[in-house]
Ligand binder design. Structure first.
Ligand code: PLP
Length: 343
């Protein structure tokens, strides 16, 4: 059964349809039931895993859906090179480099810091995909270096298309409106209260979920689990992106309750936590390692150690502590990141 939409929702989906995108993702991704995981954690729950690790292109993950919209064919028309930034093992940089190669474009990646071994994990894949790597000292230096690289490309007669960090822009977030519609449709007539857990860092993924829920009028508890930034920072980034994206899709004629208002309400009700970061970004925690073992042995699902393991640690803790109510349907959005297993 598909979602029944109110008027602003219908208008928003109608407005979304013609927005340009470059198709890259293998979708819909499956919503995998995880009954053995539920039996181990709390048998009153239904647990499912939305397998966005399997979006396919460039080894998949959440960046693929976001890049589809960032790489609107109209914006690509005169581009000769994509420029983006991230850490030495950035999943976003991997998928951006793969998209550039696929589209016959060059790619420059501004990377803060050197990998321990440039042949392994995403660092190896950045190079295998033909990207030019520019190394900067820290995260703060990335924006300026991206601007300098774009200027260099233009000075040499090319046209740079800069893809902001994580493709977490109002445009990129639209990819996660589609994921929300998929999940709502995949649930069919299930009337349990739904909780969705996801890793959230630059905020575009959960921004798309917030907007998707507003469009569908779908009452879901969203939980964004930070692997690095303070929860307040992730909340602010996600809310800003979701509101801006809603502004593009909202009906302009005052017809029915406003989509932007609904997004504001859902963003405010969304939980953001940084309780599972541990000592820092990419540094394993006991709870994350336990979650990797649990999802592997009870669901056949492989988590990555940087993002999804920490999100899964939050999910298992909130289930065990009874924060997730009895009888709920818990969806774990698996956002990918597998190359980090091989770094
Ligand atoms: C595997 C993985 N999961 C989750 C995230 C977080 O997504 P977002 O930046 O949209 O919040 C990222 C990117 O930072 C990622 O690479």
């Amino acid at each position: 059964m598909g979602p029944a939409l109110d008027q602003p929702g219908k208008v928003a989906l109608r407005r979304l349809a013609p927005i340009g995108r470059t198709p890259l993702a293998v979708v819909p991704t499956p919503l995998l039931p995880a009954p053995a995981l539920a039996a181990r954690l709390r048998p009153d729950l239904r647990i499912s895993i939305k397998a966005d690790a399997w979006t396919g292109f460039g080894l998949g993950g959440n960046k693929v859906r976001k890049l589809e919209y960032e790489l609107d064919p109209a914006r690509l028309r005169s581009a000769t090179e994509l420029v983006t930034a991230g850490g030495p093992h950035s999943n976003h940089c991997r998928v951006t480099a793969a998209a550039a190669a696929h589209l016959g474009l060059r790619c420059t990646l501004v990377i803060n810091g050197e990998p321990e071994d440039p042949r392994r994990g995403n660092a190896g894949l950045h190079r295998l995909l033909g990207a030019r790597i520019v190394t900067v000292a820290d995260r703060e230096a990335r924006a300026l270096a991206m601007a300098e690289e774009s200027a260099r490309i233009e000075a040499e007669g090319g046209r740079a298309l800069a893809v902001p960090l994580g493709a977490s822009t109002p445009r990129g977030a639209l990819g996660y409106v589609h994921a929300t519609v998929e999940m709502r449709t995949q649930l069919g007539g299930d009337r349990r209260p739904v909780w969705i857990f996801t890793a959230a860092s630059s905020g575009g993924t959960i921004a798309g979920l917030i907007l998707g829920c507003a469009i569908l009028g779908w009452q879901v508890r969203l939980v964004g689990v930070s692997p690095d930034e303070p929860a307040a920072t992730v909340r602010a980034a996600a809310t800003e992106v979701a509101l801006a994206a809603a502004g593009r899709l909202a009906p302009q004629d005052g017809d029915g309750p406003g989509l932007v208002d609904a997004v504001g309400r859902i963003a405010a009700a969304t939980h953001f936590t940084d309780d599972f970061v541990g000592e820092g970004y990419g540094i394993p925690t006991r709870a994350a390692n336990d979650a990797i073992a649990l999802f592997g042995s009870r669901a056949g699902v492989i988590l990555d150690p940087v993002y999804t393991a920490k999100a899964a640690a939050a999910m298992t803790a909130w289930i065990r502590e009874g924060i997730v109510p009895r009888g709920a349907h818990v969806i774990f959005l698996h956002t990918g990141g597998h190359p980090a297993l091989f770094r």
